[in-house]
Design a binder for this molecule. Structure first.
Ligand SMILES: Cc1cc2nc3c(=O)[nH]c(=O)nc-3n(C[C@H](O)[C@H](O)[C@H](O)COP(=O)(O)O)c2cc1C
Length: 254
């Protein structure tokens, strides 16, 4: 099976170096129009996107997002937000009160924002632009909320740099499909797929042949691979303040 849409999807790679060429507002508008076509929970469209082109603001965002220079370089930064604020207006106009106490309400909005973001990513890539998601937008959520003047019930889920790539992106292999696609019921037996993917990723050279200790084998080392990379990441407690900030921004998480 082969067609231009599938080819585009399979050509994805995150872009972290951008040419200074501007991306016109009309291109951003077309990309967001495509994002707006994405499926959305009950057609409620519970998300917004803030397009930041101002260089000073992008510099500030770069600082708030772990000093990532791609945010300074890319002419556009998109902040994809869960947004129930306009639903307060809808409820007020119709004489209702929005219920915002449960985690489900936040999840629905966050999923809407993520689906729209990915649709925009593909739209941007389809016109030759590059993108990179910026989850680090949640490193300093309170400051980002202040900088982008986000009202209550608008919470930044992910950022995204957009611009003309300096070079075609590297394509990172993905897990063998048997680890991801389960037919009829979940198959927990994934060791072979994980070991094989670890080796595939080592062979790409992405990890520069670093050596790490083998767990349980004193004095022995092996190549740093995807499993070591991933295990290190998920063993850290990341952004423990997130719940409090989301609640402060107007979302109950019960
Ligand atoms: C929600 C999300 C947040 C991400 N945050 C960052 C980020 O802050 N900085 C970055 O350089 N890449 C970020 N990425 C990009 C991932 O690192 C990248 O998609 C992954 O390594 C796979 O590589 P590929 O997109 O080139 O295939 C993020 C991706 C996602 C989906």
């Amino acid at each position: 099976m082969d067609n231009p849409t599938l080819n585009l999807i399979h050509a994805h790679g995150s872009v972290r170096r951008y040419k200074p060429d501007p991306v016109p507002a009309s291109a951003i508008e077309r990309i967001v129009a495509a994002a707006q076509r994405a499926s959305t929970s009950s057609n409620m469209q519970i998300y917004s996107v803030i397009a930041v082109t101002d260089a000073d603001k992008r510099n500030q965002l770069a600082e708030l997002c772990g000093g990532q220079s791609q945010i300074r370089e890319a002419p556009v930064f998109l902040a994809w937000c869960a947004d129930r604020a306009r639903l307060d207006q809808v409820c007020a106009l119709r004489g209702y009160m929005q219920s915002s106490e449960t985690l489900e309400n936040f999840l629905v909005a966050a999923v809407d924002a993520a689906i729209a973001a990915q649709t925009a990513a593909l739209a941007a890539e389809s016109v030759g632009l590059g993108i990179c998601y910026i989850g680090a937008i949640r490193n300093n959520s309170t400051e980002v909320i202040k900088l982008l003047e986000l009202p209550k019930s608008v919470f930044p889920i992910t950022g995204m740099t957009v611009g003309v790539p300096v070079q075609a992106p590297r394509i990172r292999p993905r897990l063998p499909q048997e680890a991801i696609l389960h037919w009829e019921s979940y198959n927990p037996d994934q060791d072979a797929a994980l070991l094989s993917y670890d080796q595939t990723m080592i062979e790409t050279g992405i990890y520069k042949d670093r050596q790490v200790p083998i767990p349980g084998k004193e004095g022995q080392t092996e190549s740093y691979g995807w499993m070591e990379h991933t295990a290190r990441r998920v063993s850290q407690k990341v952004r423990p303040e997130m719940r409090a900030i989301i609640e402060k921004q107007g979302y109950g998480l019960k």
